[in-house]
Design a protein around this ligand. Structure first.
Ligand code: PEP
Length: 251
């Protein structure tokens, strides 16, 4: 039985004071929820250190939204894996579609980031997913397969066990257009089949595959009850205590 993992991607939202207030709300809400769901929050860099102090001794784990694959040096504006570790991050989101489309990240860049994160002791939340155009052209499975194969190139079995995959159809992110449970489950099952081909079934069966794309409390139950959907990567709905807790309750 795989556990459920709910992660909140705050994106470029919430200043330090707002972050403190959201984290307090989440922690208070989780106290009254007896849940064995793993909860991860991914605030912006500017709130990470404070967030790390606030989530200590709670069930909430901390992640970042991105990092660069080099150790240090002349990379103005970038943040390294060891910097994230030093402020208490356990997870890092890599390959989010906004990084791919707005900032030009490629499968190869993302692969380098995955290797650097793993070597530095960070657990990647590796995002993949097709655009609307790709879905309409009928190449969803080709795109997702390429992203899996290229993104995970040279990742060995032991390291693979540390990776969470987030399937996020780009057309469902921030649009309110959620994939149907059948559409989501079909791609999740396909991803697991590809993982079986790459890593054998005992490893593939352990891997958490989250769904992301307009997840809300009212659609979470049907998505999360699919056999290959092991959690959610949540954008908009993670910025409010009630909606984020509502999704956790759905588990
Ligand atoms: C995301 O950005 O990863 C995401 C899934 O966003 P939203 O929930 O707002 O669609």
């Amino acid at each position: 039985m795989r556990k459920k993992v709910i992660a909140g991607n705050w994106k470029m939202n919430l200043n330090l004071q707002e972050s403190i207030s959201l984290i307090s709300g989440i922690k208070n809400g989780l106290r009254t929820l007896s849940s064995n769901v793993e909860v991860i929050i991914c605030p912006p860099y500017t709130s990470l250190e404070t967030a790390s102090t606030l989530v200590k001794n709670s069930h909430v784990k901390l992640g970042a939204q991105n990092m660069y694959f080099e150790e240090s040096g002349a990379y103005t504006g970038e943040i390294s894996a060891s910097m994230l570790k030093s402020v208490g991050c356990e997870y890092v989101i890599l390959g989010h579609s906004e990084r791919r489309t707005i900032f030009g990240e490629t499968d190869s860049t993302i692969n380098k980031k995955i290797h650097k994160a793993l070597a530095s002791g960070l657990l990647p939340i590796f995002c993949i997913g097709e655009t609307l155009d790709e879905r309409e052209k009928g190449i969803t499975f080709d795109v997702v397969k390429r992203q899996v194969v290229e993104g995970l190139k040279n990742v060995d079995t032991e390291n693979m066990k540390k990776i969470i995959i987030a399937y996020e159809p780009v057309w469902a992110i921030g649009t309110g257009k959620v994939a149907s449970k059948e559409q989501a489950e079909e791609v999740h099952a396909f991803i697991r089949k590809e993982l079986i081909a790459l890593y054998q079934s005992d490893v593939a069966e352990q891997i958490i595959i989250q769904y992301g794309g307009s997840v809300k409390p009212d659609n979470a139950v049907e998505l999360l009850s699919q056999p290959n959907i092991d959690g959610a990567l949540v954008g908009g709905a993670c910025l409010k205590v009630d909606s984020f807790l509502g999704i956790i309750k759905a588990c």
